[in-house]
Design a binder for this molecule. Structure first.
Ligand code: ATP
Length: 245
């Protein structure tokens, strides 16, 4: 974190694919600071570079140009080994399609990143139990992913992403495959996480999801075209979804 409380800092960030005539500038010069404990939503038309931006923030892709600091550490120039370590320990990813390991139980899916980070089986089990309980899944711990609903699977995926207490949770369309009730479950979790100081960046096509964020940035053709603070909206969750009387 820097002196202003920013977990992520991005300067002049660009990512190009291909060459010559087939060159695509997925992200074209983005400056962005993400404050600790806040939820930043990213919206924009399909193909505008949202997923690429998220990948660059979490070290899944390297930029063609520009700088990224995560927790005060420059990550765009870090070695492959350093980047792998960073992805394991400092970043949590949540995807639209869950990407759970189908052969492992809900608990084992959450334990896996803890074990991969070099911690003991005992602390992995304890961490998984705490997170699954927190997300209302204690009685589903031994279930395999196919035995769970989409909403339950996404909650397991969020638990997995949080297993190593990442500096930032990066979510790419986390509610894209979920119905309204399951979407609301995920948004309640996000609200609780922020209350506990977790920083989140959420790419979404759902305006209701974006409206619950602290801040909304809009992308177009690889650049940020709007940046709006939405302070206090997390408290309006039920109202946004028409569940309030
Ligand atoms: N590996 C790649 N090789 C070539 N082009 C790519 C690659 N990855 C992304 N692109 C291109 O970069 C641009 C941005 O893609 P990206 O997936 O980041 O957009 P997006 O806003 O997340 O889209 P969506 O909302 O449809 O998921 C698109 O034109 C895409 O085709």
């Amino acid at each position: 974190m820097n002196e202003f409380g920013d977990v992520l800092q991005v300067r002049g960030l660009s990512r190009e694919h291909g060459q010559g005539q087939s060159l695509v500038r997925a992200v074209g010069g983005v400056d962005l600071d993400v404050r600790a404990g806040q939820m930043l939503a990213v919206m924009g038309p399909s193909g505008c570079g949202k997923s690429t931006l998220l990948h660059l923030l979490g070290g899944l892709e390297r930029p063609t140009d520009g700088q990224v600091w995560l927790g005060g550490q420059r990550i765009d120039t870090v070695s492959e080994r350093g980047l792998a370590r960073l992805r394991r320990r400092s970043v949590g990813f949540v995807f639209q399609a869950f990407h759970l390991v189908e052969e492992l139980s809900a608990a084992e899916n959450v334990e896996l990143p803890v074990l991969l980070a070099g911690r003991s089986a005992r602390s992995a089990r304890r961490r998984a139990a705490v997170l699954l309980e927190r997300f209302g899944l204690a009685d589903r711990a031994r279930h395999l992913p196919w035995q769970l609903s989409g909403g339950q699977r996404q909650r397991v995926a969020i638990a997995r992403a949080l297993a190593n207490e990442p500096l930032v949770l990066l979510a790419d369309e986390p509610t894209g495959n979920l119905d309204t009730a399951a979407t609301l479950d995920v948004l309640r979790i996000f609200a609780d996480l922020r209350a506990a100081g977790q920083t989140l960046v959420v790419v979404t096509h759902d305006e209701r999801v974006a409206a619950t964020a602290d801040r909304l940035v809009t992308m177009r053709d690889g650049v940020l075209v709007d940046d709006t603070w939405l302070a206090g909206n997390a408290r309006r969750l039920d109202g946004l979804f028409g569940l309030e009387g």
